[in-house]
Design a protein around this ligand. Structure first.
Ligand code: ZN
Length: 469
């Protein structure tokens, strides 16, 4: 084909596209948008951990919460669009700290699913998220920008730079060999627009220290899924956050060599055997609390490995091949009587409870990796349910998934709880999750910046496609 002909064809295709309705337009997913909205007669769970308040009215104006109070005392302003929420509850939009825009699509291969995932997160009530690990390079950053500009539906995204890791078996990770390389990596990705950092299992102490310092100099926080560096060492180096509760800690591996990962399984054996009331664990917790290191609970991903746990929610949105592949892994987990997770899963819950009880900052995330089965949005609701199973009250669990994350990000003056003057990031659910936490799954509307999105339309737009895009 000659050059002129090719350009002609592209031009014709663009002309057709311009006339056809755009299925990706933001407006397709909007359920309620008005200058002033009054949500009346709602149960309000405000995200601070306070008890639920009944029969409340929330007035939303220009994307913010203009008024909140007892329905008897707050009159909807003239001209407001009034939505009667009798029988429904309002919680803050979820602020989730271990999310990804990629997913396990093959053996050691992670597909870039940013477009479908950002819709599923929003449909699931997540209005702010950190990607906590990035194998997409620029995609996380571009999506964060596009969503912030109002060009695509999705949560506000704290886009994490590609992993800060040493040489590893992972095909989609950089192999950072020195402190200098770590500094260059952080500087480059900060320049590209990344807003946070994550270190990984093979990082050296020197590279981690350099990444921490370079990141902090640029106002970025850094978290880690560690193995080669212990939790205690990372706290001493100045890390801000550690991922996966205590599940990956190698602090208790007897013959641990500096800068070397003894294997995730070795660490997990020691954690499964750890006494949450014993001195070694209490000492580590005190170190983390004193150093203000937050801990991210990601019980959802570990649940998929644990025998006797229910089939995770949301599998139907996956492309059929991915759903089948996960169900095979799920069946294997059900038959594995020797698995460390049989004891580790509940032990991990107890350790996270003990950390919070000792004054530690616990935040929440889901980690859509493993063998699949952690489906964005659905798993964020599941994570809150699992925190209740771990022993937190429903309003405490909701606080961990909202205000705690916002506070960690330094955004608590704008998001994370329901209060006058804050951004109207609100999730309307049927029932009352302060009494029955499973009601958190019954999402009716997700407000972000005061715009109400339809979870059904967001999910329908990706149904059966998740895994392809
Ligand atoms: Zn992860």
């Amino acid at each position: 084909m000659n050059r002129v002909g090719w350009i002609g064809l592209v031009g014709a295709a663009l002309a057709v596209q311009a006339q056809a309705p755009n299925p990706n337009a933001l407006a397709n997913f909007v359920k309620l948008q008005a200058p002033v909205i009054a949500l009346t007669h709602a149960v309000v769970i405000d995200g601070t951990g306070a008890a639920a308040r009944r029969d409340q009215t929330i007035v939303i104006r220009d994307g913010n919460i203009a008024e909140i109070g007892a329905a008897a005392a707050v009159t909807p302003p003239d001209g407001a669009t009034v939505v009667d929420l009798t029988g429904k509850s309002v919680i803050p939009g979820l602020v989730m700290m271990h999310e990804h825009l990629y997913y396990t699509t093959g053996p050691g291969v992670y597909g870039q699913l940013g477009l479908s995932f950002s819709r599923l997160y929003l449909a699931g009530g997540v209005t702010t998220m950190r990607t906590a690990g990035n194998v997409n390079g620029i995609m996380d950053i571009n999506l964060a920008r596009r969503i912030a500009a109002g060009e695509a539906p999705g949560p506000a995204i704290d886009a994490t730079a590609p992993y800060v890791n040493g040489p590893s078996a992972f095909l989609q990770m950089h192999a950072i060999q020195s402190a200098d390389e770590a500094r260059q990596h952080v500087a480059y990705w900060a320049g590209q627009g990344a807003t946070s950092l994550k270190a990984y299992m093979q990082v050296s102490r020197a590279a981690l220290k350099a990444a921490i310092d370079e990141g902090h100099r640029r106002g970025m926080k850094i978290t880690g899924h560690l193995c080669s560096v212990t939790f205690g060492e990372a706290a001493d180096l100045g890390i801000d956050n550690l991922e996966h509760g205590f599940f990956p800690a190698t602090d208790f591996v007897a013959d641990k060599q500096p800068d070397a990962c003894p294997g995730q399984a070795r660490g997990q054996q020691t954690i499964a055997a750890l006494d949450e009331n014993g001195e070694p664990f209490r000492k580590l917790v005190k170190k983390l609390v004193d150093a203000h290191v937050a801990l991210t609970s990601t019980l959802t991903v570990f649940e998929t490995f644990t025998r006797g746990r229910p089939v995770p929610p949301g599998l139907d949105v996956l492309a059929p091949q991915l759903k089948e592949s996960f169900m095979r892994a799920f069946e294997r987990a059900q038959q594995n009587q020797q698995s460390v997770y049989t004891t580790l899963f509940t032990k991990g819950m107890r350790l996270e409870r003990a950390f919070a009880a000792a004054g530690g900052t616990l935040v929440a995330g889901t980690d859509p990796t493993g063998s699949g089965g952690v489906v964005p949005g659905y798993s964020d609701q599941r994570q809150i349910e699992l925190m209740v199973e771990a022993g937190f009250t429903p309003v405490e669990a909701i606080r961990i998934g909202t205000l705690n994350g916002a506070t960690f990000m330094g955004r608590e003056s704008r998001i994370g709880s329901i209060a006058r003057g804050k951004q109207a990031d609100l999730v309307v659910v049927s029932g009352d999750p302060s009494a029955t936490i499973a009601d958190i799954r019954r999402i009716d509307t997700v407000f972000k910046n005061g715009v109400g999105y339809d979870p059904g339309k967001l999910i329908a737009s990706v149904h059966g496609q998740v895994g392809i895009w």
